[in-house]
Design a protein around this ligand. Structure first.
Ligand SMILES: *Cc1c(COP(=O)(O)O)cnc(C)c1O
Length: 235
């Protein structure tokens, strides 16, 4: 990536990639939303993305996310914040208070905590269940076998709104190989919908596999590097 490219240039080209993939794979125009993943990115660059019209941001680390959310300009901006990091039970209280979405639920105990801690005056917290699509033991996510019962249980929690599934597949550069795990997640999502759950979100696709994800039905792609450049450090 060219260092002289601005966030505006990169957002423009990511939006063009999404539009092109929607067209190529027969998806409705505008059916794929862009979540800008701003983990480790300085708040100044989040301002830049906001000024270019970006409204949905994904964060992995709670403390870092909180400092962005409470930034004077961003706090007034009415942004939509998505928690996409690893969930620990000591973090759920703040997440339930400050985020609009959580993508990384893979067990009922943590869903129950978020449900119990979601403030009554806020709308229900939007939820995606994270699915382990590659069978890698090191990756988070519920396995396919336990997905239906987890989905049914989370759907019953009144302060959560189950919207769909999320996955982080094993990285590969081969397009057809990229599509395989994404297809399994989409098929699982369709089975849950057929069983009566009103799901509308498939959160899959990152900087290197967004075309494969859109081909397989993603409704929201989570893009970091292609917007903000290569991440240099963890906070
Ligand atoms: C970091 C991250 C992304 C963005 O990945 P890029 O390859 O930088 O686009 C997407 N989803 C999750 C869960 C992440 O942690």
């Amino acid at each position: 990536m060219d260092a002289t490219e601005t966030i505006q240039d990169r957002l423009t080209s990511i939006r063009a990639r999404i539009t092109r993939a929607e067209r190529e794979f027969g998806r409705a125009p505008g059916s794929v939303q862009l979540l800008a993943v701003s983990k480790t990115v300085p708040v100044k660059q989040v301002h830049d993305a906001f000024l270019c019209g970006q409204r949905q941001f994904g964060e992995n680390y709670l403390q870092e996310a909180m400092s962005k959310m409470t930034d004077p300009m961003l706090a007034r901006a009415g942004l939509e914040w998505h928690f996409i990091g690893t969930l620990q039970s000591n973090k759920t209280h703040k997440i339930a208070h400050y985020f609009n979405w959580v993508h990384t639920i893979d067990r009922l105990s943590i869903a129950q905590r978020l449900n119990d801690q979601r403030p009554a005056q806020l709308p229900p917290l939007n939820i995606c269940l994270q699915v382990n699509s590659s069978g890698e033991a090191s990756k988070g996510g519920v396995d396919m076998e336990h997905l239906p019962s987890l989905a049914a249980a989370v759907a019953r929690l009144p302060r959560l709104r189950l919207r769909g599934l999320m996955t982080i597949p094993q990285a590969t550069t081969d397009f057809d190989q990229q599509r395989l795990p994404l297809r399994r997640v989409r098929e699982a999502w369709e089975r849950l919908r057929d069983s009566g759950l009103p799901l509308d979100t498939l959160s899959m696709g990152m900087s290197d596999d967004l075309e494969a994800a859109i081909a397989e039905g993603a409704t929201l792609v989570r893009i970091g590097t292609a917007i903000f450049g290569k991440r240099v450090k963890s906070p």
